[in-house]
Design a protein around this ligand. Structure first.
Ligand SMILES: *Cc1c(COP(=O)(O)O)cnc(C)c1O
Length: 359
């Protein structure tokens, strides 16, 4: 058996060491004679897995005491609807920044539960840049400002946390959480599905500032009530236990790599060399403003799109999988999350250069 380099946007590649450990522990977790999948979520073994996961996440992201963690289901998509219903309280207004496909979905779903003002919109640039924060519209009495820190489809990433004064900042970090250090204290709420950069699909992380809790509308189902879930250690109902375990293994792996600052150095190096290869070629191009290029998802197009199919087929033959771009933007996309080894990026660059030479 040999493993390929998988550039899928999500679910995405996992660290091989994590998969191996899960394999080794599959039938018998640490002498218990059972798989983590088979354990009671109330038992002391699983409780220790859950506690370590929460602590490791807190350590890695340096989450201050003021911020609580909930692990939920329903993906980031469920949170598009449940964020306004949980944190707006009596207010009914929220600000959103539209920087691409995922912002658009958050705006559409959020708009069913509050009055949304799109305070900045990158649509006119075809989502290749981010409007300057100084030009964002100011809205009186808004309950929060939502933005997507990395647009997984368009390959656009905020390089800094926008300064929006006292307005609670809400960020969808699904595709760049844990890829670089962020100052969590500056956020009202951070959320992310796990299947991009944290593990398999099935867990959604919500990190929320204490003062935004306790405002949930009565109509919200208890499993999506942040306060109730946090009060119950995210075990108001049976959690996705095996997925929690796998996320926990990924967090331990990140600690072994030296933590988030060390990952950032590697991620920067991987992205820089791939962008450099794209910019230096005459066959490939990336349309995104250099100031906002994503380090996680790198879309690129071929000058002659009639070569796309051949590019993808040959890449696949060379062990480079899932490079097809999202249907809404076409072309190619290389997702190079934490778990993509630098050797995978090197192999992709070699392949791209060879393909250009022979076409
Ligand atoms: C993948 C993704 C989502 C959707 O996640 P689901 O788990 O499918 O709900 C939302 N936002 C961003 C930025 C994503 O990359």
């Amino acid at each position: 058996m040999s493993r390929i380099f998988n550039f899928s946007a999500g679910p995405s590649t996992l660290p091989e060491a994590v998969l191996k450990q899960a394999q080794e522990e599959m039938l018998d977790w640490r002498g218990t004679g059972m798989s983590v999948m088979e354990m009671s979520h109330r038992g002391k073994q699983f409780m220790s897995i859950a506690q370590e996961l929460m602590q490791d996440l807190r350590d890695l992201m340096q989450i201050p005491e003021s911020h609580k963690i909930a692990l939920l289901q329903g993906g980031a998509t469920a949170q598009f609807s449940f964020i306004p219903q949980n944190i707006l309280g009596d207010e009914n207004k929220a600000c959103y920044v539209n920087t691409g496909a995922w912002s658009k979905k958050a705006i559409k779903d959020g708009g069913r539960f509050c009055d949304v003002t799109v305070v900045a919109d990158a649509k006119d640039s075809n989502y290749t840049t981010i409007p300057d924060v100084a030009d964002w519209e100011q809205v009186a009495d808004a309950g929060y400002l939502h933005y997507t820190s990395n647009e997984t489809i368009h390959g656009v990433e905020f390089q800094d946390i926008p300064d929006v004064g006292d307005l609670p900042l809400v960020a969808d970090m699904s595709s760049n959480i844990l890829s670089r250090p962020v100052d969590v204290s500056r956020f009202g709420l951070i959320y992310a599905g796990t299947q991009k950069n944290m593990g398999p699909a099935g867990v959604t992380v919500v990190i929320v500032r204490e003062d935004l809790l306790g405002r949930t509308r009565d109509s919200v189902p208890p499993v999506f009530n942040y306060q109730q879930q946090i009060d119950n250690d995210s075990m108001l109902n049976t959690p996705a236990t095996y997925n929690w375990y796998l996320v926990g293994l990924v967090l331990k792996w990140l600690k072994q790599q030296g933590g988030i600052a060390a990952m950032e150095t590697i991620n920067r190096r991987k992205a820089d060399k791939l962008y450099q290869a794209i910019d230096q070629s005459s066959l490939y191009s990336n349309p995104v403003d250099k100031a906002y290029r994503s380090r996680m998802n790198i879309p690129f197009v071929l000058a002659d799109s009639s070569l796309d199919q051949e590019f993808l087929a040959l890449a696949e033959q060379n062990g480079l999988s899932s490079l097809k771009g999202h249907r809404s933007v076409g072309g190619m996309r290389a997702s190079i999350y934490n778990a993509m080894p630098e050797a995978g990026v090197d192999a992709l660059i070699d392949f791209m250069q060879e393909f250009e030479r022979t076409h």
